[in-house]
Design a protein around this ligand. Structure first.
Ligand SMILES: NC(=O)c1ccc[n+]([C@@H]2O[C@H](COP(=O)([O-])OP(=O)(O)OC[C@H]3O[C@@H](n4cnc5c(N)ncnc54)[C@H](O)[C@@H]3O)[C@@H](O)[C@H]2O)c1
Length: 353
């Protein structure tokens, strides 16, 4: 595809879509040609919010494609609708960049990956933590060999987010059976893949809904994943999370401890990315002498949606794979869905995709 603008329609005009529309408007290579929502008023309101013509508002993707001929669709609908919107858009000849999670079932996600292949179009999912400073700095340090080969990753996520209650009482997360795992932990699980470079193999998940919870479904979970590096070496990833923990909260990116052969990297998911490593591996001491290291600052763009939208536009122009291509991203969704399956079954299950 040449240097001419990529014509984009945004499908789903709810809360998250504001960020997508703002980024699309700001991107010099994008021409925003459609705003689609089942609720046409939502599409109209989005047009008004960004002072765009009302003629951009549609209540059907097919109508928008017929009228505005987009090259690409940004799918910002709710997870249960992602397969329908994405497969329809691909079938209508559009590339798709979608919100996480790819879908709410593995069968739907597999159908989406197959549809992208059959259409010969790019389909990627935004995992907005990947470009974040803590992730880029951690990956840089880990890949430099600072802590030796990676053997464990441990993430804590404790946030008291009142989705489904109070002023957010209508939010879809409030009604989900597994809101933490299905809607949020995909970010943390994806970060585990990014930081360790390992693929998931098996998971045991214990999930529950605390007495204090304002969610209908389970708002807390602990998971233990067996993972595997490309060379076959095992990595253990543990996750402790809650969406109903008020007080002493962690960063939304979680608090991480990555353990390697020589030492440990700790990141608070924000500005802190530090490591302590054994100075001399033949040191016979009970507590071996450690040296501290701090990851150098990351100078690149770190806004997740901005980076991924830029990456996607460049990928469809050049024909390369985007940062979170569907064929890779389905592994993070598989971790989520296997965790739910394990929680339901009360035993470990294999992670397949
Ligand atoms: N990356 C992040 O940090 C982040 C944060 C919040 C939400 N999200 C994701 O963004 C997506 C949207 O979340 P939200 O909070 O904006 O939800 P929302 O409920 O506010 O908005 C979704 C909109 O999609 C519309 N819609 C549903 N099905 C449709 C269909 N088939 N065709 C057209 N429109 C349809 C709804 O009418 C609604 O206006 C979800 O996948 C969510 O997980 C990501």
């Amino acid at each position: 595809m040449s240097d001419q603008n990529i014509r984009v329609a945004v499908v789903g005009c709810g809360g998250m879509a504001r960020k997508w529309v703002a980024e699309a408007i700001a991107h010099p290579g994008i021409e925003l040609v459609g705003l689609v929502d089942l609720d046409r008023e939502a599409a109209r309101a989005m047009a008004e919010r960004y002072e765009l013509p009302q003629t951009l508002a549609f209540d059907s993707l097919a109508d928008a494609v017929r009228a505005a001929q987009p090259d690409a669709v940004f799918d910002v609908t709710v997870p249960a609708a992602h397969d329908k919107v994405t497969i329809e858009a691909l079938g209508l000849g559009c590339h798709v960049l979608g919100e996480k999670p790819m879908s709410d079932t593995l069968a739907k996600a597999r159908a989406m990956v197959a549809a992208a292949k059959a259409a010969g179009k790019t389909y990627a999912v935004t995992q907005t933590r990947r470009p974040a400073g803590f992730a880029q700095r951690s990956v840089g340090m880990i890949r430099s060999g600072a802590i030796g080969d990676v053997q464990e990753a441990h993430a804590d996520f404790y946030i008291g987010a009142r989705f489904g209650a109070g002023e957010r009482s209508g939010d879809f997360r409030g009604q989900m059976d597994y809101p933490l795992i299905l809607d949020m932990s995909i970010h943390t699980f994806d970060t585990a893949r990014q930081l360790t470079g390992a693929d998931p193999v098996r998971v045991y998940c214990h999930s529950w809904n605390p007495r204090r919870s304002w969610y209908k479904g389970d708002a807390s979970a602990h998971c233990v994943f067996d993972m595997k590096l490309p060379n076959g070496d095992p990595v253990v990833f543990t996750y402790r999370g809650s969406w109903t923990n008020e007080g002493c909260q962690t960063n939304w990116n979680a608090d991480w401890r990555i353990v390697g052969q020589r030492g440990t990297l700790h990141t608070d998911g924000g500005a802190v990315v530090e490591a302590e490593v054994v100075r001399n591996e033949s040191d016979p001491g009970f507590f071996r002498e450690l040296e501290k290291a701090s990851a150098p600052p990351f100078e690149g763009e770190t806004d997740g949606h901005r980076v991924q939208i830029r990456d996607f536009i460049d990928a469809i122009r050049t024909g390369r794979k985007p940062m979170c291509d569907c064929e890779d991203n389905i592994k993070s969704l598989a971790m989520v869905l296997a965790a739910v399956e394990s929680a339901k079954a009360g035993r470990p299950v294999d992670v397949a995709w």
